[in-house]
Design a protein around this ligand. Structure first.
Ligand SMILES: [Zn+2]
Length: 168
């Protein structure tokens, strides 16, 4: 019996009994965990590229400043901000709220000051969309199905919501 730890899901498993991939001399993963991991990686890369491209377009520059690259990294590591969330924050502040881009110095230092507001904004937008969907999908009386009520406290619901839902 060879017990190893999957580097992706963290579970211990017996590699004699389950399909595995050997990543390096001492690192293993469930074969089933690999596709999901690769999907996450490429989504992250895509989100990151979207953010970089958005900043270039917003500030009308051919490349983002090294300062900005560092800011993105810091915001992600220190505050746990997502690339999508950062992009939406800039979009909200400069395009929806029309704040002057000239004051940005082509950096993104504004993000920590607005991130929570932006989350609120998209959260309410999301609720509005849900409400609108409910309006159009009310079934005719004869086919009404009664669902048992699920009561989710406001706070818990807010935690479930994040800016990853990228459906602009
Ligand atoms: Zn695994």
């Amino acid at each position: 019996m060879h017990m190893v730890t999957c580097i992706y899901c963290g579970d211990r498993f017996n590699r004699d009994k389950e399909a595995f991939i050997q990543i390096s001399a001492r690192r293993f993963a469930h074969a089933k965990c690999v596709p999901e991991h690769q999907k996450n990686i490429s989504k992250q890369e895509q989100d990151y590229n979207d953010l970089i491209n958005y900043i270039k377009k917003l500030y009308n520059v051919p490349a983002v400043l090294p300062t900005v690259i560092k800011q993105i990294k810091d915001f992600r590591q220190e505050y746990g901000y997502t690339y999508v969330g950062m992009r939406k924050s800039l979009h909200w502040f400069y395009e929806l709220k029309n704040n002057p881009i000239s004051k940005s110095n082509n950096t993104i230092g504004i993000i920590p000051y607005i991130y929570e507001d932006v989350k609120d904004y998209y959260y309410h937008l999301y609720l509005g969309e849900l409400a609108a969907e409910e309006d159009v999908s009310i079934p005719p009386p004869k086919s009404v199905t009664i669902h048992s009520p699920t009561c989710v406290p406001e706070l818990q619901r807010r935690e479930l919501f994040n800016l990853e839902d990228d459906d602009e």
